[in-house]
Design a protein around this ligand. Structure first.
Ligand code: SF4
Ligand code: SF4
Length: 383
């Protein structure tokens, strides 16, 4: 995992998705002075490769001039580090000019689509689907690679087959997210996906990944299998992200992750002061994140998945409790379901292979593709 800095040019967003928990009307746009401060801050901060992800709100609201100036400032100003960029957007504001600027830096684009038009617009907002697909075409014509994240809610999980088929039939890579409780909503749990249902959804998606092994890539399944095989987390949810991930809000405030941006109690410092790691470690937010890590070491110590789960996402665990460490990520239920499933299937397949070698009857062997086939596919196509 490289060191990761998320840049949040604004919390504003032109959409109004029903379950959104992160956008904020009237949020300012980050200035280029703040980008210059980011460069100065990071020059002597850490001597490691760094990935910058532009996130939001909606980061393209910052406009073409912002990226025309920000990208060379970051890549030249921090030329002594190995730098990579990524950007997460709903694509509504994509223009040929922006696509050209982003393509010059080979920036992979992540976007969001929850399935077929009717279903997507019901839980995101009316007109969302058409605006995103228009931006998608512009991005592709401009030479950008776009991958979609599909958020499953308490509503859309009932349509999982329809959603899976949509991604399959349109030749799209699938990455799914569970809808989180929206702490800014009067009814925070309305769209949130229940952890047990999330676990069952992951098992359903695992079955589909195996069944359609030559037709679709499912990023979550790849990541979960990699966790089990390598014995360590391969995405932020399953590692100790504290100290290796930071987010910078529109006014230069530094947070532990984009999920906390806009919550003043999680500010660790500001880029204009060029804080060191030691300075940030004095903040309440830093201490809270490390308190979570110690809690996981204690509470999850008997769990067979601790090495590659690490208690899940600290935001999920501490934001809903008002900053108290009282439990691990509530999605623990889902993580146990899917990690158990992958481990058990893998062990059965290993036993089957062993039986084959020993000349035992067919019944003892695995039928058709399984976890090992998925791993072989990933190994032959590591991208
Ligand atoms: S707080 Fe959660 S979303 Fe943010 S980096 Fe850590 S694990 Fe990832
Ligand atoms: S699955 Fe649950 S108990 Fe096990 S390490 Fe993850 S959060 Fe902890």
């Amino acid at each position: 995992m490289p060191f990761h800095v998320m840049l949040i040019p604004t919390l504003g967003c032109p959409s109004s998705c029903s379950y959104c928990w992160s956008s904020e009307e009237g949020s300012p746009i980050m200035s280029i002075e703040t980008i210059k401060d980011v460069v100065e801050w990071l020059k002597n901060f850490r001597d490691e490769p760094v990935t910058f992800t532009f996130h939001g709100g909606e980061p393209l609201l910052a406009g073409a001039d912002f990226y025309r100036q920000a990208l060379p400032l970051l890549s030249q100003g921090l030329g002594h580090l190995k730098i990579a960029f990524a950007l997460q957007t709903n694509l509504w504001k994509m223009t040929p000019e922006l696509a050209e600027i982003l393509a010059e830096y080979g920036i992979p684009i992540g976007s969001s689509l929850d399935g077929p038009k009717e279903l997507n617009d019901l839980q995101r907002s009316s007109g969302y689907y058409d605006k995103t697909l228009r931006g998608y075409e512009i991005a592709r014509e401009g030479g950008l690679t776009v991958r979609f994240i599909c958020t499953f809610t308490s509503y859309s999980v009932k349509h999982k087959e329809e959603i899976f088929n949509y991604f399959l039939e349109n030749g799209l890579t699938l990455k799914l997210h569970p809808a989180l409780p929206s702490l800014r909503d009067r009814d925070p749990e309305k769209w949130a996906l229940d952890p047990k249902e999330y676990g069952e959804l992951l098992v359903y998606i695992l079955d589909k990944a195996v069944e359609k092994i030559d037709e679709i890539d499912i990023m979550n399944i790849n990541d979960l299998c990699k966790c089990v095989f390598t014995g360590r987390g391969t995405v932020c949810t399953y590692v100790d992200c504290m100290g290796d991930t930071f987010a910078v809000g529109p006014d230069g405030s530094i947070y532990p992750c984009y999920r906390f941006v806009g919550m003043p109690e999680y500010i660790m410092g500001n880029v204009r002061d060029h804080p060191s790691m030691e300075d940030l470690a004095q903040s309440r937010a830093w201490k809270l994140m490390h308190q979570f890590k110690e809690y996981v070491d204690r509470e999850c110590r008997k769990c067979r998945h601790i090495k590659y789960c690490r208690g899940g996402c600290p935001y999920n665990a501490i934001a809903p409790t008002g900053g108290q460490v009282t439990g691990v990520d509530p999605h623990c239920v889902a993580y146990k379901i899917i990690f158990d499933e992958i481990n058990d299937r893998f062990n059965r397949e290993m036993l089957g292979s062993f039986a084959l070698e020993m000349g035992e009857p067919q019944g003892a062997r695995p039928a058709g593709p399984g976890i090992m086939a998925l791993m072989r596919k990933m190994a032959s196509n590591p991208s």
